[in-house]
Ligand binder design. Structure first.
Ligand code: HEM
Ligand code: NAG
Ligand code: NAG
Length: 320
């Protein structure tokens, strides 16, 4: 009796110990580089500002890179790994192929921070900080980024194909895709507000402009010359028709006017459970910007590699 209760006491004590160790090693910190690389954050910000001022769309591309990294095995820089004859990365996955951009900007930043502090700043952290700085550069909200992620030595093409939501999904599919990563429907709506910046290819909105009824007629017509019913799959149109280079709440106003570009965009305002959230964001920019920033912090915390897991890559495109 005594021995059984004392052994269950030690099992409990040991489990508490393991949980505490797990928490300590999973701890990110906003001051992670303050002594090991004090100029890391300012270097990233300058490089992002310069890339976005050369091409404003780059801000959108860097934000999307962060999303596609974090939704596949967590924010571990796996999205950056190039395919080789012996390694399959995530770049050829359906949502990424011919679509994801910004890798050169990440390479430039990485080489700058490697010069400053060799082997210290992870590619995974660079992607997270660059996304925040991109949103700020386009007039959006700021937030404090947690740091100390390490880089993966693996990638998953199959998870990139299944975990990143497709633009053909209906509302329940979108809610499920985000719920699988721990997000509420409200956070999913806030994060979708990213589509207030950036561009999409004709192949991703053709069926919507030719075949759907929940689209404003003149908006659909205006898109057809640049997106014919066949061919020109890669022609671009802005996701937010009114202000594609400003991080504002215009995307939600578009949805209320049935001017969402993607099928998945308009699903957020199609008579379902998220309509009222879209209406709120369309009328209150500050509510959207606050909810977006909070959801972005949460996205950045998806399954980071910490402690002795992973590595600090020297070149973001390949493992050391
Ligand atoms: C809700 C589910 C989502 C779906 C179905 C979706 C789908 C898409 C698609 C199909 C494109 C256009 C890609 C192309 O045509 O090449 C796109 C672009 C974009 N997405 Fe999403 N997305 C979603 C959520 C998000 C989230 C959560 C973020 C960021 C936090 C994001 C950020 C972006 C940005 C910024 C662009 C424009 C990129 C550029 O111009 O380079 N998206 N998305
Ligand atoms: C949403 O899509 C899924 C999978 O395609 C389908 O099973 C479901 O019936 C759809 N839900 C609605 C409400 O249309
Ligand atoms: C529109 O729907 C019809 C009937 O389902 C289909 O044959 C056609 O390919 C669709 N067009 C586009 C552009 O998706």
């Amino acid at each position: 009796m005594a021995s059984s209760s004392s052994s269950s006491f030690s099992i409990i004590t040991f489990s508490v110990f393991l949980v505490l160790v797990g928490m300590a090693s999973a701890q990110l910190s906003s001051t992670y580089y303050s002594s090991s690389c004090p100029n890391a954050l300012s270097t990233i910000k300058s490089a992002v500002n310069s890339a976005v001022s050369s091409e404003s769309r780059m801000g959108a591309s860097l934000l999307r890179l962060h999303f596609h990294d974090c939704f596949v095995k967590g924010c571990d820089g796996s999205i950056l790994l190039d395919d080789t004859s012996t390694f399959t990365g995530e770049k050829t996955a359906n949502p990424n192929s011919n679509s994801l951009r910004g890798f050169d900007v990440i390479d430039t930043i990485k080489s700058q921070v490697e010069t400053l502090c060799p082997g210290v700043v992870s590619c995974a952290d660079i992607v997270v900080v660059a996304a925040r700085d991109s949103v700020v550069a386009l007039g959006g909200p700021s937030w404090t980024v947690q740091l100390g992620r390490r880089d993966s030595t693996t990638a998953s093409l199959s998870k990139a194909n299944t975990n990143i939501p497709a633009p053909t999904l209906n509302l329940s599919g979108l809610i499920t895709a985000f719920s699988n990563k721990g997000f509420t429907a409200k956070e999913m709506v806030a994060l979708s507000g990213s589509h207030t910046i950036g561009q999409a290819r004709c192949t991703n909105f053709r069926a919507r402009i030719y075949n759907e009824s929940s689209i404003e007629t003149s908006f659909a017509s205006s898109l057809k010359s640049n997106c014919p019913s066949t061919g020109n799959d890669n022609n671009l149109s802005p996701l937010d028709t009114t202000s594609p280079t400003s991080f504002d709440n215009a995307y939600f106003k578009d949805l209320v006017s049935k001017k969402g570009l993607l099928h998945s965009d308009q699903q957020l305002y199609s008579g379902g459970s998220t309509d009222s959230q879209v209406t709120t964001y369309s009328t209150s920019s500050s509510t959207f910007l606050t909810d977006f920033a909070n959801a972005m912090v949460k996205m950045g915390n998806l399954s980071p590699l910490t402690g002795t897991s992973g590595q600090i890559r020297t070149n973001c495109r390949k493992t050391n």
